[in-house]
Design a protein around this ligand. Sequence first.
Ligand SMILES: [Zn+2]
Length: 299
Amino acid sequence: MPEGHKVHRISRAFAADFVGKKIAARSPQGRFAAGAAVLDGRKMTDSRAVGKQMFLGFTGGHWLRVHLGIYGMWDFAGRIREQVEVDPRAGTRTLRTVHPEAARAGSGTFPPEPVGQVRLRLATAVAVADLRGPNTCELLTADEMDAVIHKLGPDPLSPLGSPEEAEQEFVRRVRGRNVAIGQLLMDQGVVSGIGNIYRAEMLFRAGLEPHLPGRSLSAETAAALWRDWVGLLQVGVDTGLMLTMDGLGPEESALALASRADRHWVYGRAGLPCRVCGTEIALETMAGRKLYWCPSCQR
Ligand SMILES: [Zn+2]
């Protein structure tokens, strides 16, 4: 399941290459035919991501809400500017631009024929976005969208108020609950965008025992968790990667960029020695997902 950084990157691609343009919309698979007919021919006016959900605005006050869930994905083709690629060996970042000409040379035609079960295709004259397998794809009014967003916990990159208010909201939602912090971080009603990998890594970085109830955390500890998330999310949006280890030397940095196995403190390392203390990394199921943690560093 894509975590928040991915959804923000997708939203930025829409903002760069679709917002302000007239959109041709259709549902090659047929399951969103009525919704696509409403959007077809309208101009896209806005693109917002809140946590794992994305909202695309269209003239006439229509909003498309998409939640990718576990199997959903967007595929872009044509002239797409805002896709940063990381070169693992050089550690450099570049903007990838796929021109219609290149797409033509590769597949023979532009736009390419939809492949597989495309729920929704949104297209400008030079760019195409295909949505497959989403958990949710629906049309909302502005009021309905607001209601959805207000139920979600704060997202550092889409705060409803000031950044300080978003932090206070997180602290309040964490400290008001008698539920394990490892569970609260995955609860999209507490904080938006954190998934399984960020959860495990943030708890390790904070030295927090995952079973501690939210209300046992001090306001300072909860605020520090939020600020760590703000930084990690920004790195994730900038690089497209969940880089959760910092303070690395050049060689370790290159390894972390190149390979997922060298990118995290505890995630995916059950039974392996902790990178800091050597204790075996523990694994259990929490909030329905695998939780990795170091019983020595986190207590
Ligand atoms: Zn440890």
